[in-house]
Design a protein around this ligand. Structure first.
Ligand SMILES: C[S@@+](CC[C@H](N)C(=O)[O-])C[C@H]1O[C@@H](n2cnc3c(N)ncnc32)[C@H](O)[C@@H]1O
Length: 328
C-alpha cells in the first residue's frame, strides 16, 4: 500500500497499483472467454472514464443524477438528525457532487468531521479530497483508492459512521455479487453504524433506454473507453472504431445491459493476457449492467445482509429510492 500524506487534513491510501496483478489478469481472461464475453465494469473508470461519467450526469436524458440530488436535498437534514453521525464514508464516490448535499446537512448540524471517499479511480479521489477540504473548514478527508469488492477492510476506523452508495453503483453488480458486497459492508461496520443505499427504480423502459443512448453520444464514448483501458493496461491490439455502443433493457433481470458490438469479424490479440480470440461480426462484449430495483427488492437486499431498514425515501415519480438502514 502507498500511503501519501498531503496537507495536514488529507490522507490518501492507495491499494491498487499501476501494474496489473495476476489476479486482475486472471479475472480479465476469464471474463473475455466467458459466454457472454464480459469486461469488469470497474475498468470503465480510469481518469478519462470518470470524467466521461461526470459528463453523463449532466446529460438531459440522464434523469438519475438530478433526481437523486433533489431527493437528497429533501431528506438530508432528516438523515443527519436520525443518524447523528460525524463521519461519512462513500463507496464509489466518483466526483462526490451529490455528496455535498449530505456534507452541507452535516455542517448545518455541526456534525461534520470526517469524510472517506473510496473509489477505484485515483485521480478523482485526490481531486475530491482537495476540493472538499477547501470547501469545508475543519474537514478531515481520508481517501481510499481501492476496489470496494476487495479492500473494504481499509475503511479507516472512526466514530459512528454513515456509509453511502449513490449513483446507482449497486446496480452494476449482479444479484449474488450485490448480496455478497452488502454483507461485507455489514461485516465491516460496527453495531449502531448506518448505511444509506441509493437505488435506481424500475420505470418506463423507453425512458431508461434513452438515458443510456444519449443523442450526444457521450455514453457510447464512455463505453468505448474500456477498450482504451485494455490497450493501455494489457496491450490489447484492437481498433475502438470497429465497435459500436449498444444499451438495451433486459426485462427479465430488470437491468440495462451495456455492450460493445463488433462491426466486423476480427481477431483480438492481448499480449498482456497471453490471449487471442476471434470476434464474429455482430458479436458483443458485456461491459456494464445497471439493475433497477423496487422498494421490496432493495429492502430484501439490506435485511438479508443483516441490516435493519429504518426509512425509505423516494421522489414523486418514484425514479430513485434511498434506503436508510442500521447495523443492529
Ligand atoms: C456509477 S458511478 C457513481 C459515482 C458517484 N457516486 C455518483 O453518484 O455520481 C460508480 C463509481 O464507482 C466507482 N467504482 C466502480 N467499481 C468500483 C470498484 N470495484 N471499487 C471501487 N470503486 C468502484 C467508479 O470509479 C465510479 O466513480
Amino acid at each position: 500500500m502507498d500511503c501519501t500524506t498531503e496537507p495536514h487534513n488529507i490522507i490518501v491510501d492507495v491499494h491498487v497499483t499501476g501494474e496489473t496483478p495476476e489476479s486482475a489478469r486472471a479475472e480479465l481472461r476469464a471474463g473475455l472467454l466467458a459466454t457472454p464475453r464480459t469486461l469488469p465494469t470497474k475498468y470503465l473508470y480510469d481518469d478519462r472514464g470518470s470524467e466521461l461519467f461526470e459528463a453523463i450526469c449532466e446529460l438531459p436524458e440522464y434523469y438519475q443524477t438530478r433526481t437523486e440530488r433533489q431527493l437528497l436535498i429533501d431528506c438530508a437534514d432528516q438523515i443527519v438528525d436520525l443518524t447523528k453521525v460525524e463521519e461519512l464514508v462513500e463507496l464509489g464516490s466518483g466526483a462526490a457532487t451529490k455528496t455535498r448535499v449530505l456534507l452541507d446537512a452535516m455542517a448545518r448540524a455541526n456534525q461534520l468531521r470526517f469524510y472517506v471517499p473510496f473509489d477505484v479511480s485515483e485521480g478523482i479521489v485526490r481531486r475530491v479530497a482537495q476540493e472538499l477540504v477547501n470547501e469545508y473548514k475543519g474537514l478531515q478527508v481520508h481517501g481510499v483508492v481501492g476496489d470496494f469488492l476487495a479492500h473494504l477492510e481499509h475503511i479507516p476506523e472512526g466514530g459512528r459512521r454513515l456509509v453511502v452508495i449513490l449513483g446507482g453503483t449497486i446496480g452494476n453488480l449482479a444479484p449474488q455479487a450485490a448480496r455478497t458486497f452488502i454483507s461485507s459492508i455489514h461485516s465491516e461496520l460496527t453495531s449502531g453504524d448506518f448505511f444509506l443505499l441509493g437505488v435506481q427504480l424500475e420505470t418506463n423502459i423507453k425512458r431508461i433506454e434513452a438515458a443510456y443512448n444519449d443523442s450526444a453520444g457521450v455514453t457510447g464514448e464512455f463505453n468505448k473507453n474500456i477498450l482504451h483501458v485494455m490497450q493501455e493496461m494489457v496491450g490489447a491490439t484492437l481498433n475502438p472504431d470497429s465497435f459500436e455502443h449498444v444499451a438495451r433493457y433486459n426485462t427479465t433481470d430488470h437491468r440495462i445491459e451495456m455492450r460493445l458490438r463488433s462491426n466486423e469479424h476480427q481477431t483480438i490479440r492481448i499480449p498482456g493476457l497471453d490471449l487471442s480470440f476471434d470476434l464474429e461480426k455482430g458479436e458483443e462484449i458485456l461491459t456494464e449492467i445497471s439493475t433497477k430495483y423496487d422498494h421490496p427488492r432493495a429492502e430484501t437486499l439490506l435485511e438479508d445482509s443483516g441490516f435493519d431498514m429504518i426509512k425509505w425515501y423516494t421522489d414523486p415519480d418514484e425514479l430513485i429510492g434511498l434506503a436508510l438502514a442500521r447495523k443492529p
